[in-house]
Design a binder for this molecule. Sequence first.
Ligand code: ASP
Length: 331
Amino acid sequence: MKRIALITTGGTIAMTKDPKTGGAVPTFSANRSITEIDRLNEIAMIEHHGFSNLPSPHISPSLMWKLSKLVDSLLERDDISGVVITHGTDTLEETAYFLDLTIKSEKPVVCTAAMRSIDELGTDGPRNVVSSVRVAINSMAIGMGTMVCLNDEIHAAREVTKTYTSNVATFDSPGYGPLGIVDEDKIIFYRKPLQRETIEVKQIEEKIALYKTFTGDSGQILKSLPQIGFKGIVLEAFGRGNVPPKVADTIERLIKEASIPIIITSRCFKGRVLGIYGYKGGGLQLEKAGAIFAPGLSPQKARIKLMIAMGITKDIEHIREYFLHSKGGQK
Ligand code: ASP
C-alpha cells in the first residue's frame, strides 16, 4: 500500500456551525474528521500533518511558501508517494498555483476542499478527500504538477478557478476543461498540463498589488499604489489587454519614473492577452511603454508568479523573461 501525506490547512472542510452565531467556523472536531474518513485506510497509508486550521482568506503568501517547503520535504522521502492538501475553496487556486510553480518533485500533489461543512446535509468533504487520495496514488498522476480535485474532477493548478460562490460544482478550468475525472474508484486522465513550469524560489516579494481597472478610470488609485509601498502591480485590464486612456498614461509614468513592473492580465476568463490594439490605452501602447503581458494567466495567478519572480529580481527586463518564457509565451 502506498503512503500519502495528508496536510490539513483549514477551510469549510474543517468547519462546523457555531451554535451561537449560526456561522461556520474552524473547529478541532471537523479538522480531525478529515483524518477519520473510513474508506481512506483501505486505499493508502495516511500520514497526517496538521499545518493550520485557517479559513482560506487568512492564507498569506508567506504561508503558501511555508507549505511549499513542507510539501517539498515530504516528497523527498522515498516512502511518501504523494501529498493531499485540504484547504478552503476561496483562495485554493492561489495556493495550488504557488505549489505548482515551486514544488520540484514529480510526485503528485493534490489539493482538495469542501463547499459544505461536515455538519451540513450532503457534505462533499469526505468524498473529495477519498477521490484526491485515489488521484495521489495513481501512477498517471506523476508529472502532472499540482492538481485540484473536487466534485469528481481533476484540474491543473495553473488553469483552475473557483466559479460558483455556493455550488459544489464550483471549480472549473475555463477554456481548458479538467485534466481528468474520478469515476467511482477509477481515475481517468484525458490530457497533460503542457504549460506547467517550475521556478526556484529564493524569497518572495509580498508587496504586489492586484488592481482592476474600470470604465472612466482616471488612474488616480493606480498612481497611489507605489506611494503606499507596493513594488509591483498586476493590472486586470479589459479584453485583449486594453485600458482607459488615463490609465495608460499612469502605466507609462509608473514604469518610466518609478521602475514599477506592471503585469497586464484580462478580466475575460478565457484566452490570452496580447498587444494588438493601437489606439490610446490599447495593448500595443502598453507593450511599448514596457508593460509585461501575462498570456493565459488569470490576474490572481499572475500575482503569484510576480511575487516569486520579484523574489529573484527587481529588474523589469529580467521579470519580463519569467512571463515570456512561460511555454507558449508572448511572441
Ligand atoms: N470561506 C471558506 C474558505 O475558503 C470557503 C470554503 O472552504 O469552501 O475557507
